[in-house]
Design a protein around this ligand. Structure first.
Ligand code: ADP
Ligand code: COI
Length: 420
């Protein structure tokens, strides 16, 4: 189940809280806690209406960096590069967060007032206030305190994607123009990815991890990354079903190059879990004890690298093909029961899945939280791939299986690189 994070508006009222108080110290401490979250609530609520600082920041352009700039921006022995990086974030993050807040404000009213979506909106206002009011970062001590704040915010926002998935599922029936929602989600999710990459890059700069410059692994073995994610998905499938297809890898398995693991740690489990799920669910009745394996092929050249995931899960029916990349489209049964998600049943298909429970745990990526069954895996992965100067293509052979091609540009290749 999703951790339901209701916005402050919908939490316990002060009256209710006060009624329950007695004079013990513990309760006094709790009361102070209530008051402080009450104060925070009041600040957040008033921020909906009175936000000149947010408006001003939302008018400024963000300064996006290429991975190569980050990679070669130099490292000073006295650690000044860390201070400079924090100063860059101090200017940059409030601007990016203000842009997000502006987009929430521009959502259709019926969508923007959904409690879960409003909860995410509030999280961003709160993050803006915290980061924008942070004292100027001039010393190492300032920088350390700033890092603590960043760490806390990354944690506080870890369920944002799941919350958006739930919120948009709830109000899908009220949305007439799905394109508006798709555009909002593409921008919000990719911008959030970039904000999290910047914050984590800064935190990683201080760690000085071998073979890394911040979040960039300077010689990332792609095969190891895929293997790690394959094992994870396989383990979860075995746990749920007592069986899982083997996952084989071929092609340029020795390829190593500089890259950022973070987005791949989100995309790969999403694609693998789809292939595993299709394979298991479409071979339930087979006499044959072995499930057909999933084949992963890697190709790397001087411009980009490609990961093809081929399954024999019988493919995607014609009438669903045009919908699988839509946000909130799923054939998972647990959500189709709620009737709120756009489902295969709606499209005339008896889609069913017992895979949902299992996949709730399958999400080691930056977003955290359960994802399966919300129909966010493919569209979010495509948005991330496009944002990173690549593409995600689904090719299917009805009755046989599906090939998914993830193509991403090298960060040190010639030509236009993406900007974080
Ligand atoms: P979810 O996994 O939450 O359903 P996705 O966006 O990852 O969301 O996938 C949407 C739908 O696309 C799935 O519910 C499934 O019907 C279909 N799909 C995705 N990948 C495959 C695949 N490899 N084989 C068959 N169907 C697939
Ligand atoms: C997010 O994860 O949604 C963020 O924007 C993170 C940021 C507040 C540090």
């Amino acid at each position: 189940m999703l951790p339901r994070c209701r916005p402050f508006f919908f939490q316990q009222t002060t009256c209710q809280c006060r009624k329950e108080l007695s004079s013990t110290t513990q309760q006094f401490i709790e009361f102070r806690g209530v008051l402080s979250s009450e104060r925070e609530r009041n600040r957040t609520v008033s921020s909906f209406y009175n936000q000149p600082a947010i408006d001003a920041a939302a008018c400024k352009a963000s300064m996006r960096l290429t991975p190569a700039t980050i990679l070669y921006s130099g490292k000073s022995k006295d650690g000044r590069h860390v201070l400079k990086s924090a100063q860059y974030l101090q200017r940059e993050l409030p601007i990016r967060i203000a842009h997000r807040i502006k987009d929430f404000r521009n959502l259709p009213f019926i969508v923007g007032s959904n409690p879960v979506i409003l909860g995410v909106h509030e999280l961003y206002i709160r993050a803006f206030n915290i980061l924008n009011s942070f004292r100027p970062i001039l010393t190492d001590e300032d920088e350390q305190k700033y890092c603590m704040k960043l760490q806390e915010l990354l944690e506080d926002h870890k369920d944002v994607v799941s919350m958006l998935a739930e919120g948009f599922r709830e109000c899908r029936r009220h949305v007439t123009n799905q394109e508006v929602v798709a555009r909002f989600l593409d921008t919000t999710l990719t911008s959030r990815l970039s904000i999290r990459m910047l914050a984590q890059h800064h935190l990683a700069l201080r760690d000085d991890k071998p073979n890394h410059v911040g979040i960039i692994n300077i010689s990332m073995p792609l095969k190891d990354l895929i293997e790690r994610n394959s094992k994870f998905v396989t383990r979860m499938a075995a746990h749920k079903y007592g069986r899982a297809p083997t996952i084989k890898m071929s092609g340029h398995v020795d390829a190593t190059f500089p890259y950022i693991e973070l987005p791949l740690e989100y995309i790969l489990p999403e694609l693998l879990k789809n292939a595993v799920r299709a394979t298991i669910e479409n071979h339930l009745e087979d006499e044959e004890p072995h499930l057909p394996p999933i084949h992963i092929t890697i190709a790397s050249n001087e411009i980009d690298f490609v990961i093809r995931i081929s399954d024999r899960g019988k493919g995607i029916p014609h009438h669903l093909m045009r919908r699988v990349l839509e946000y909130n489209f799923t054939t998972a049964s647990s959500l189709s029961e709620s009737g709120a998600t756009s489902t295969a049943a709606e499209a005339g298909d008896d889609g069913s899945s017992a895979f949902s429970d299992m996949m709730e745990a399958v999400n080691p990526g930056p977003v955290g939280g359960p994802m399966h069954g919300f129909g966010f895996g493919l569209p979010t992965s495509r948005a991330y791939a496009q944002y990173m100067g690549g593409s995600l293509k689904v090719q299917t052979m009805q009755g046989i299986g599906t090939d998914v091609y993830l193509r991403l540009r090298h960060i040190n290749s010639q030509g236009e690189a993406f900007r974080i």
